[in-house]
Design a protein around this ligand. Sequence first.
Ligand code: SF4
Length: 373
Amino acid sequence: MLFQLRNYTHLPFALTKTNFASRMHTAAVSVKAEMTSSDHNAKSESSKSSSVSEVRVFARKRRLIKPEVITENVVKVELQDQKLSNLPDIEEFAYKKPSGNVYSRKSKLTSNAPIEIETEVKPPPNWVKVLEGIREMRSLEDAPVDSMGCEKAGSSLPPKERRFAVLVSSLLSSQTKDNVTHGAIQRLLENDLLKAETVEGADESTLKDLIYPVGFYTRKATNMKKIAKLCLLKYDGDIPDTLEALLSLPGIGPKMAHLVMNVAWNNVQGICVDTHVHRICNRLGWVSRPGSKAPTKTPEETRESLQAWLPKEEWVPINPLLVGFGQTICTPLRPSCGLCSINELCPSAYQEATPKKMSRTKLKLTKTEESDS
Ligand code: SF4
C-alpha cells in the first residue's frame, strides 16, 4: 500500500496544492480497492509498474466521469419536468367505459400534489365467473329483496310521491330486514302517510306506531317529520336531486343517498353498499383497504374499493344481486358454502360455515363425500 502511494506521488499530474490532498485520498481509496480485487497486483513484484499505470488510468477516469454524471442528472430532471407539464387535465380522467379487463381509479401521489395521477387497479381474478355464478344462483331462488326492497316502495304512486316513498323506505331500511321495512311502508301507504304534506302534519307518535318494529323506530319517526318539513320548504314536497343535498337530510347516509339517486332519479353516482354487499365483497376478496390487502372496515371503504375496478354498468345491479345472495346463501352467520356454486373460487369458502377445529382439507373431503352421495 505504501509502495502504491509513494509511486503515486511521482505521477506527472499538474495538481494544485488545494486539491492535491483530496485527490490523493480518493486515489488511495481507489488503489486500495484495486489492490484487494486484483490478484495480479498482490502477487508479483514485477507488476509494480503495471500497478502504477492502472492507477493513472483510474484517476483519469474519475476526472472524466464526474461531469458526465452531473449532465445525466440534469437531463433526467429536465425530462421529469417535461413529463409533468405534459400530464393531461383532471377532466381527462373522468370515467370511461373500460376496455379489456383493466379498470382504473384516481389516486393522489401526495397530499400536497396539485395533480392527480391515474393508477391502474386490476380487477380481482375470476370476478366475471364469480358474478355469473352468483347470478345463476340468484335466478334459482327469490330473495326478500326481490319483492320488498326499497326499489319497490310506492311503485304504484305518481313520480313525485314515489320518490318520497323511496326516500322514506331507505330511511327505514337501515338495521332492519326487508320484510319489516316493507310492512312499515305498507301501513304508511294505507294511512296516506307517504307524502311530504301528510307526514309533516302527522303526529310523531302515530308515525312511530305505524313503523314499529323497524330498528330505531323512535328516532326514525322524528327524522321522517324533519325530512318531510325540509322537502316541503326547499323542494316543493319533492326530494333533493343531488347526493350532497340528500346526505344533508337527517338520518340519510351514503348507502341510502346512493340508492335514492339510483332508484328515484335514475342518476348513478356510486354503488349502494349495505351490510350484505360489504360482507360478501370482503369474503370474495374483491375489496381491500387503501394501500393494503386488509379487508375494508366500513361500507364506505368497500364502496370506494369496489368502484375502483367494477365496470359502471354493474354499479346498480350489484346491490340487489348481492343483497339477495346474502339473504339466501352467503348469509351473515354460517353461510351455506356447501350449496354455493362458486365455493371453488371463493377465498373464504367454509371458513365461517363450519366448526373451527375442522381443517380445510377435511372439509373438502366432506364436501366431496356429500356431492358423491
Ligand atoms: S363460498 Fe361461502 S363464503 Fe364464499 S361466497 Fe359462497 S357462501 Fe359466501
